[in-house]
Design a protein around this ligand. Structure first.
Ligand code: AMP
Length: 219
């Protein structure tokens, strides 16, 4: 469940040499030679969250081979843990940036990891609270199932805090392989049928099968 901040604000505000990469990962280190649109999700739920997001956007703008960075209005969202939304955890500030770049996807991700580290992110636990989380949501229409860089990001379609800011920036955005972001965001905002209570569903499963009267409307 997302809620916009009372007064949402628009934020305007060299990679260290890696070991010789090989395989598909290596291709991700090769300059693509063409400009591509990368979608980056930013989130912060510890420390001075606004200041961190502003600084992260500034760091994106300073990257080499980056022509432009457009940033969506910031939203506030409840932290999502493996068991679902955690109302007790500090809330997140989230936004999305569209980065026009010639950096190859893996190089861009390495920069994102560096920017996270510079803002004090300590990976104590996966899904844990964090000063700054940067995810590469999509890079053009590139698809990758490499666990080091999965594209598009495997959970992007389930995250309203990614889809809503992305949609605000680009109403025609498409998540490669999943379809228009507008459709995905709408599906998330629609109320889902409440799961039947355990005893109710168990009763239903253990009840003897009854035949539908022939006159009953099958719809
Ligand atoms: P997390 O701690 O949830 O931010 O996950 C970080 C890990 O996910 C790192 O090991 C990344 O290499 C990996 N990863 C895979 N695909 C992506 C992606 N599209 N964006 C960010 N991290 C990714």
């Amino acid at each position: 469940m997302n809620r916009r901040l009372a007064s949402p604000r628009l934020l305007h505000g060299s990679l260290a040499h890696a070991a010789e990469p090989r395989g598909a990962w290596a291709r991700g280190f090769s300059p693509p030679g063409v400009w591509a649109e990368a979608v980056v999700a930013l989130g912060a739920n510890l420390g001075d969250r606004s200041e961190t997001i502003v600084a992260a956007v500034a760091a994106l703008r300073e990257l080499p081979l980056v022509a432009s960075v457009r940033v969506a209005p910031v939203i506030e969202s409840v932290a999502v843990k493996p068991d679902g939304p955690d109302e007790d955890a500090p809330t997140y500030l989230n936004t999305v940036a569209i980065v026009r770049t010639r950096l190859a996807p893996a190089v861009l991700l390495a920069h994102l990891n560096r920017i996270e580290a510079e803002h004090g992110r300590v990976r104590m636990e996966r899904w844990g609270d964090r000063t700054l989380d940067l995810d590469l949501v999509a890079y053009g229409d590139v698809r990758s199932d490499d666990p080091r860089l999965t594209l598009p990001h495997p959970r992007a379609a389930d995250r309203a805090f990614v889809l809503e800011p992305w949609l605000a920036l680009d109403p025609d955005a498409v998540l490669p392989g999943r379809g228009p972001v507008a459709h995905l965001a709408r599906a998330l905002s629609e109320p889902r049928p409440a799961p039947a209570s355990r005893s109710l569903s168990e009763d239903a499963r253990s009840a003897p099968e009854t035949k539908r009267p022939a006159t009953e409307d099958p719809s």
